[in-house]
Design a protein around this ligand. Structure first.
Ligand code: IPE
Ligand code: IPE
Ligand code: MG
Length: 244
């Protein structure tokens, strides 16, 4: 007999949503405000998005907050961004932790001030047993640097006799990346109308679905998140197999 409990349709929503949060500067400029005001408003959008992710049952949310190339920006803007990051990790993360969020950080965190590095490490440790939402923040993250670091590690392991080069397959290599043990993103969303990856999750995005919206990041919220999930649900993912 068919077990109807098993035959229930399973949710087809994305387990892992990754967002390139772009457009803070243009949002501020359109209001005659300094770019820092756009970044402040962007933090509000992060809060809304975290709530939306939990509401929609997404279990992994990766946020591209600062790229390794963003260090090329003027120092006053970098100061504004690191100031916001400092405030976010000090005040928001403990609250998020209480709400079941587990924090992971990817990227060259050692390029940030020591107090920020300490606060990040503490938040990761304090939230390690949380399971409601895995929040991955990409900070000073660059996918090419990540891949090169993994290749370097593989080379060192091989030279040390700990890795047979013939055994280096995709699964092994993926485990050397910063995202080891994380699922690949199902949906990559970019705000502000730009349609590029800007060095984000190049390896991991091999079979991701992409959604681009013209909405600027500070205007992003639950409605836009739900819209992106609806768009995702209309996509047919094939992974190279025959169309169904
Ligand atoms: C995204 O907004 C925030 C970061 C990249 C840190 P931008 O600052 O890139 O805003 P635009 O693209 O100039 O509008
Ligand atoms: C990508 O946005 C990085 C983040 C959102 C953190 P950028 O604004 O830095 O990207 P480009 O320079 O337009 O490609
Ligand atoms: Mg930008």
């Amino acid at each position: 007999m068919v077990d109807l409990a098993i035959a229930e349709p399973v949710s087809t929503g994305p387990a892992h949503v990754a967002i390139i949060m772009d457009g803070n500067g243009r949002w501020a400029a359109s209001r005659g405000l300094p770019r820092a005001a756009g970044h402040r408003a962007g933090v509000e959008a992060v809060r809304r998005t975290l709530e939306a992710a939990v509401k929609h049952g997404v279990s992994w949310l990766t946020l591209y907050a600062f790229s390794s190339e963003n260090w090329r920006r003027p120092s006053d803007e970098i100061q504004a961004l690191t100031g916001l990051l400092r405030r976010f990790v000090r005040s928001e993360l403990s609250e998020l932790g209480r709400n079941g969020v587990r924090l992971h950080v990817i990227g060259e965190r050692n390029r940030f001030d020591a107090d920020i590095q300490t606060a990040l490490a503490e938040a990761e440790a304090a939230t390690a047993s949380n399971t409601k939402l895995n929040l991955v923040i990409a900070l000073s993250y660059g996918a090419r640097a990540e891949i090169v670091a993994a290749a370097q590690l593989a080379a060192k392991l091989a030279v040390a006799g700990k890795l047979d080069p013939d055994k280096l397959d995709e699964a092994y290599f993926a485990n050397l990346l910063a995202t080891a043990a994380m699922p690949d993103p199902d949906l990559i969303l970019r705000t502000s109308g730009e349609q590029r990856l800007s060095n984000f999750l190049l390896w991991q995005s091999a079979y991701a679905e992409f959604v681009f919206t013209d909405v600027l990041w500070p205007d992003f919220g639950e409605a836009e998140f739900a819209q992106a999930l609806a768009e995702f649900s209309r996509r047919e993912r094939r992974f190279g197999a025959r169309p169904s």
